[in-house]
Design a protein around this ligand. Sequence first.
Ligand code: ARG
Ligand code: ZN
Length: 889
Amino acid sequence: MREGTAPLIRREDYTAPAFWIRTVDLTFDLDPAKTLVINKMAVERNPDQPGASLRLDGEDINLTRVLVDGEPVSFRVENQQLVLDNLPDQPFALEIRTTCAPGKNTQLSGLYTSGGGFFTQCEALGFRRITYFLDRPDVMSVYKVTLKADKLKYPVLLSNGNLVEQGAIDADRHYAVWEDPHPKPCYLFALVAADLVSREQRVRTRLGKEHLLQIFVRAGDLDKTEHAMQSLMASISWDEIRFGLSLDLERFMIVAVSDFNMGAMENKGLNIFNTKFVLANPATATDVDFGNVESVVAHEYFHNWTGNRVTCRDWFQLSLKEGLTVFRDQQFSQDMAGSASARAVKRIEDVRTLRQLQFPEDAGPMAHPVRPDSYMAIDNFYTATVYEKGAEVVRMMHTLVGEAGFAEGMKLYFQRHDGHAVTCDDFAQAIADANPESELTKRLDQFKHWYTQAGTPRVQARGSYSAEHKTYTLHLSQNCAPTAGQPAKLPFVIPVAMGLVAHDGRNLNLHLEGEALPIGTDTVLVLSEPEQTFTFVHVPVEPVPSLLRGFSAPVVLQAELGDDALFTLLTHDKDPFNRWEAAQRLALRRLLQAVSGHGPAELDPRFIQALRGVLRNAELDAAFKELVLTLPSEAYVAEQLDTVDPQRIHTARESLKLQLAKALHEDWIWAWEQHNDCGAYSPDPVSSGRRALANLALSMLCLDGATRHNPIWTGKAFQRFKDANNMTDRLGALGALVNSHADLAPDALSRFHEQFRDEPLVIDKWFTLQAAAPEKDGKVFARAKALMQHPDFTLRTPNRARSLLMALCQMNPAAFHRPDAAGYVFWADRVIEIDSINPQLAARLARALDHWRRLAEPYRTAAREALGRVMAKPDLSDDVREIVTRALQ
Ligand code: ARG
Ligand code: ZN
């Protein structure tokens, strides 16, 4: 176990490695209790560092032998490093033997066991838990891997690259030899030895090459692999068409494992996936799950170029591969969605995630730039900032150079850097150099503030119309609040996509002052100064500005539009994102009034009428309606406030929700009746949108019914729960019952458990649904606590632990933040307990109290105490220590 005294690692301290490891020949004698690893390397000194010692990283492994050119040499082990002095200047062979105990590896980093098989996870620092190595991404080597294991228990033996040999060792054991021709950093190494079956598919790509695609799962899960295979094939074609990037391997494998810390891992040619992001069939997976599988399969596949062929020089550059690859998977999913409306729905969902996860991160103790400057535990920096905000930064470049220009930039990026470990600067430079005339290139240094400065910029917009001159003047200004270590921020380059909408619904032609011609009904303004003014001429009537269309930059826009203006945008904006945004702003305004107690606690007829108008609008897609009719989350409301009282927010939001349920009663009935029959299941955007709206309607009807003790709708929901032909509808109906605290809920929950007891991913949903239900009189918290004792519950499987604990502590503010502090006591106990099992998982849970400083009393004091208890744990891991230290700073 890593001891909790790690120093801060700083980006500015980067130095090139003292040695290169050119080839690695690994032999594994696999045994859960004691696995022997023989590691033979061809090592070469970096001539820039004559005389330097070789320092190899190692953690939780037992060293049994070290040979240089076949001879024993003297060595020392200090600070989890094997140190060899006086090494030759000529290339030499280094052989290291170690043993490890995969069966005891509960951290799930390095080589571990799950469900009786062996699996690996090496990113970021897992390879050092397998053998001593230069565990850093800028050391790239060609691997040959020999696996030896019991034949009956582990019939499938996999590693990266191509299978070159296999056979029997003796009656019980067999072996396989794999070679990966592509040099790679050790974080992309993988092996699997397990009893698995596979779905196979042969494909021919545009280059005319044949490839074998395989998805390996446990025997009972083969009927859940079709969607992942379809998604993989679609990803392969998309990357060829959009970016000219083809699969460079004869064989591409995906393996599903149920114990996994993160979503999935892009190991070269051998992706390893959390089962949650690969297995899906209509009976067990929801529409959201289908969408996630599609995007995670694509994400990991896209890493083959953006991450593997060109990788990161050091872990501070993580967003080089993650931001770019998230951007790519988001574009892919939009293209798969098809229609303009379905694309907008995907964009809205992505922005919702950004605002719900990344904006709070940027405003709290874990705020860090997209390219961080320091860390204690790198696993803590696989964050919404590095991933989602990093993707927004790439998206802004895309906006500034255009789709074709971006493709040219990508081409240049691969021409320059294929096969190398590079930095975020190298990426931005390639995109800029391929587009010399672009706004990006003109202001590249300034644009890169997006990589170096933390915090969410605020953009203020003020407009004024002159009826006399027919001009509209738009004044934009920006500022960004200080974050830890960054007291003053320099201005960002902010692309503001926009248009002007007349109250009668016309999207006006835009004609900037000084330009010869109008430029159509939308344009992109580039805000790069602290303040800038843009004047539009020939504006026939006073317009409403529609700013930040498609959410063109990750900023908070303060446009101070009145209700009238927002109603106009909601009804008429040609940009569907901003129509949704207008509705969110209208709802947020009302929620904040209700929370503060200023202003009416009752919803105004005009707002209700506008939502009714959206719901009944024949031109709009169901998926879009569902998004518009869903109130901003409690977390998003909390984001807007300086002092957060989670109970008040909950009460206010529940009250508004109930008002919508009642005021739109007839409309919800209409929506349910019009959308509840989707026929045979297909996860496409149109039918999944219909299901989403029908399920929202059902939950609203149950909510209303439950408050009047009218059993009609809860009865219908129960019936639907039993009859549904797919998990989306079944879970939707179950959720309607549980979330309205209906009398039928307990019965439905136990039937559900009974029916799906052998489907772990469904049982996860069962735990989550109960722990995330709207709190009522403390019952939800009590239930969640009791579920810890359920025979199916365990802290050792991350999915299961998260299904209950993240649902309660991260997704359910009103159940978690209790005046009696019981939520925090429970949280601290679990963080401490999990820390001894799996520090990465514990550190994720630890973040539930990131925002304790903004809590109202008595929550604030109680939360501080709980953080102090965690901090006081003896042997606290670096991972949790980093989170808690920052929170308390
Ligand atoms: N590279 C993986 C992905 O985003 C994430 C792996 C991170 N794992 C970790 N333990 N930090 O696709
Ligand atoms: Zn990734």
